[in-house]
Design a protein around this ligand. Structure first.
Ligand SMILES: [Zn+2]
Length: 576
């Protein structure tokens, strides 16, 4: 790391890595005496490395080769050149003597040369032991082990248990989020303290500004620091629930932003009051289970649930245990985590799309609704805000027009049966026949699937027009007014022309004239979507074929098989 002095630090200081037991104090003092790394500083009875975020001009402090290979770190490595701090004993003396591979880790934990002391230390600390880096989408600080010596993170796991980081069964280093203001880490007999400390308000502001720029997330248009705490809050404000470190609420919603304590992946956490769900328990449980199962199907069109737990910090939650009747007295809340969506249909920057992919997104959400109806479930209360657009993890930059057009649209399940608010700006999504029944009269004779169809179609309107707030379609006059406006807008967007007949059907005045979700899916209005899907499938098939052929020739050359084997390879590749 570049020379840092206390008076003129290069970069933005934000953390220290200091000794936290006698062994570690002696180790760092020895290193200071023998190697004197500039960022190893002792004062009073503390000794430790001072860690600064390099200013953009110095870019990374470590070489980027062989960097972490998780999909999201690859995703944004271009938009945000990840800073990474390596921790380890450094190159072994034999390599150093040959003049090979001599770059000290940023946090050097061994004395130079082949001495009795360094040999002891290397029993516990490997040349390259671990590294620290920011998560590209949540901005939290991650620790990753890169060797087979375990690292213990005190109270770093669920239920405040100690977390042991080592290589997983695939030989890949485990990760965790450094989520406490003070984090105690054990490397063999050495105990270290990783403390977040920006020292001054000015440094804190500079750090936050840098992170906001670097992360490039666009979750509903909020700057990342409105949603995430990059620097953990002190203990009473620090909260975890199940495997999620909780951060801020999304403004104007009840959704809490959280981060998986192992992967750093951002999620949204929703909370249900068990008392409220007692009457509608079956309703809620069916939906939670369906969304939980859809995590295994990529294209279900339904927003999947990652985890479900309850106030007891157990999963599955008490709510799922039908025999437990005392549940309501003992267990207050059911929580569930879902992938953090970047946009909903209400706030997606539709005008930035370079070609029209609205149809593809409509189709994906209709698939979700159809899957629900097939299982005998209705959604209820579909709004443009329930149609979410998920991040595409494979894209390097999130806001380019290309990235915007390759995301996934999903239907977010509503757990509330009576979610209607007194003032609902999107009341156009309530079908005309429902208005007669709303004031206390039974809804039993309403076809709820057809209410969903109306609500889905009106939610799509928000992608190409802005219906007036609180616009109720309760009379035929209002209805004709709406039809006229929709027709006017559609005529101005040529790509939506062929889609107009289906939309009008779904917005039929009489519920029985609206198609079912399955019928709507069969409409030829989706021809462009089918064509695009076929084009992509063909492309994939070509690629697979080309790969199979090249693999085949490779195998033939390596194995030099007999005639018998050769036939097997041939027939394998023909299957594609
Ligand atoms: Zn419980």
């Amino acid at each position: 790391m570049a020379a840092a002095s206390i008076s003129m630090p290069r970069g933005i200081p934000f953390a220290t890595f200091s000794a936290a037991n006698d062994e570690a104090v002696l180790l760092l003092e020895l290193i200071q005496a023998k190697a004197s790394p500039p960022n190893l500083i002792s004062s009073g009875n503390a000794i430790g490395y001072h860690i600064s975020l390099p200013l953009s001009s110095d870019s990374s402090s470590s070489d980027e080769t062989g960097s972490a290979s998780t999909s999201d770190s690859q995703a944004s490595s271009h938009s945000f050149k990840m800073v990474r701090w390596n921790i380890g004993a450094g190159a072994p003396p034999t390599l150093v003597d040959k003049g090979l591979g001599y770059t000290n880790p940023d946090i050097l934990l061994c004395t130079p040369g082949d001495t009795p002391a360094s040999r002891r230390i290397r029993d516990y600390i490997k040349d390259s032991h671990a590294h620290i880096t920011f998560h590209p989408t949540s901005g939290v600080l991650m620790l990753r082990t890169v060797c087979n010596r375990p690292i213990i993170y005190e109270q770093g796991d669920m239920h405040d248990n100690d977390l042991i980081l080592q290589l997983d069964e695939w030989g890949k280093g485990m990760t965790c989020v450094l989520r406490r203001e003070r984090n105690y880490l054990h490397f063999g007999p050495y105990r270290f303290l990783f403390t977040f400390a920006t020292q001054t308000r000015q440094n804190f502001d500079r750090f936050t500004a840098h992170m906001n720029k670097a992360i490039k997330s666009d979750f509903h248009g909020f700057s990342p620091s409105r949603l995430f705490n990059f620097i953990p809050m002190p203990s009473p404000y620090h909260e975890t629930s199940w495997n999620i470190w909780l951060h801020h609420k999304i403004p104007t919603t009840n959704v809490i932003i959280g981060v998986d304590i192992h992967t750093g992946q951002p999620v949204a956490v929703k909370k249900l009051l068990n008392k409220d769900t007692s009457k509608t328990r079956q309703y809620v449980v069916e939906r939670l289970k369906m969304a939980f199962q859809s995590r295994d199907t990529m294209d279900s069109g339904i927003l999947n649930i990652v985890n479900i737990w309850c106030s007891h910090q157990t999963s599955p939650p008490c709510l799922f245990n039908a025999s437990n009747t005392d549940m309501l007295d003992e267990c207050q809340h059911t929580f569930y985590s879902i992938p953090l969506a970047r946009y909903s249909f209400l706030d997606f920057p539709w005008t930035k799309l370079e070609r029209d992919i609205r149809l593809a997104y409509f189709h994906q959400t209709l698939l979700g609704l159809s899957a629900m109806h097939e299982q005998g479930l209705v959604h209820g209360n579909i709004r443009p805000s329930s149609l979410l657009v998920l991040a595409n993890a494979t894209h390097k930059s999130y806001t380019t027009t290309k990235a915007l057009s390759t995301k996934k649209a999903v239907l977010s399940l509503s757990m509330s049966q009576t979610g209607r608010k007194p003032y609902d700006a999107t009341s156009i999504c309530i079908a005309p026949e429902a208005w007669e029944k709303i004031n206390g009269r039974p809804r039993a004779d309403l076809d709820e699937a057809k209410l969903d169809i109306w609500a889905l179609a009106t939610s799509w309107l928000y992608t190409f027009m802005r219906p007036p707030d609180n616009f109720k379609i309760a009379t035929e006059h209002d209805y004709l007014n709406m039809q006229e406006q929709v027709q006017y807008r559609i005529e101005r967007i040529s790509s939506l022309g062929p889609f107009a007949p289906l939309l009008h059907q779904m917005l039929a005045w009489k519920p029985e004239q609206r198609p079912s979700a399955a019928e709507a899916l069969r409409s030829t209005a989706w021809q462009p979507v089918w064509n695009e899907k076929r084009r992509r499938e063909d492309e994939m098939k070509q690629k697979r074929k080309a790969k199979a052929q090249s693999d085949g020739t490779k195998r033939v050359r390596v194995l030099s098989p007999g005639a018998e084997d050769y036939k097997t390879i041939e027939s394998d590749s023909k299957e594609d």
